[in-house]
Design a protein around this ligand. Structure first.
Ligand code: SF4
Length: 262
């Protein structure tokens, strides 16, 4: 039996039963995971580039910016993740040295969760699933993976001021990338779930099913290539929507914002 494990980077070695994901191709996965993290693109950056490409350049030059809204979102997710992890049950620490280790642990945890019909969650301290798409140099950690059905389904929760009438493209790309990392492991999810929750006391929810179509997968790969090009020095195409800038954490220092020209 494969036990549920969680990943702590740099923790002591734990010996684990090796499992091989069906259909997974591990050709270049002996790469050190910490090196892969340094050189690959976070899924969240793909989503940010959809919001505005200049965010990629700003993040590269100015680093991560903490805002009250981001911190609040993180706290709310942490609360929900801890709740889900309590339901998931006990886990054991495991060492992740290579990309292959990350993939095997994620695979093992999804298999375990499918068997037990559980929901996988990632919190700040516990990572039960690491999204890795080695072929396109992408990594990330989805909020939740619902394993109560036949296939694992990515569930991403977003806190918002107002509920959108349709799912935002940046969020769709994010869940598509996470779902594609499940495909790399041999799973075949046909959709993902995007859940929007209002930040107010009412915590009203709206949920969308995002089909994992060929189009959205191609779009995700194209976006990853574009983000890579921006990271390598290509000029970003900034948004022309000043409302986006007003809500952006980089607005005070951004040299691309159209607000400076108005
Ligand atoms: S301030 Fe505007 S142009 Fe600059 S990164 Fe943010 S959204 Fe893009």
């Amino acid at each position: 039996m494969v036990e549920a494990t969680h990943v702590t980077r740099g923790s002591p070695i734990s010996t684990r039963k090796r499992v091989t994901p069906k259909g997974a191709k591990f050709s270049s996965k002996r790469v050190l995971f910490r090196e892969y993290l340094k050189h690959s693109i976070p899924v969240s950056l793909l989503a940010e580039s959809v919001y505005c490409e200049a965010k990629v350049s700003n993040k590269l030059q100015l680093g991560e910016m903490e805002t009250p809204v981001l911190l609040e979102g993180r706290l709310l997710h942490e609360r929900d993740a801890k709740k889900a992890l309590r339901k998931f049950g006990p886990t054991k620490k495991a060492e992740v040295v290579t990309v292959e280790d990350a993939m095997l642990l994620s695979y093992a945890n999804v298999m375990f969760a499918l068997k037990k019909r559980k929901v996988i969650a990632n919190s700040e301290k516990k990572t039960l699933f690491i999204s890795v798409i080695p072929r396109h140099g992408i990594h990330g950690a989805p909020d939740f993976i619902d394993c109560k059905g036949k296939q694992p389904i990515i569930v991403e929760s977003k806190n918002t001021q107002r509920l959108p009438s349709s799912p935002w493209l940046d969020n769709q790309i994010q869940v598509a990338a996470y779902s594609m990392s499940l495909e790399v492991l041999g799973f075949t999810p046909s959709y993902a779930i995007l859940e929007y929750v209002t930040r107010d006391q009412a915590r009203t929810k709206r949920t969308f099913q995002i089909p994992l179509t060929t189009d959205i997968k191609k779009q995700t790969i194209d976006i990853a290539r574009n983000v890579l090009a921006i990271l390598q020095g290509k000029d970003p195409h900034p948004t022309t929507n000043t409302n986006k800038c007003l809500a952006c954490e980089y607005v005070s220092q951004c040299r691309w914002t159209p607000l400076r020209r108005t």
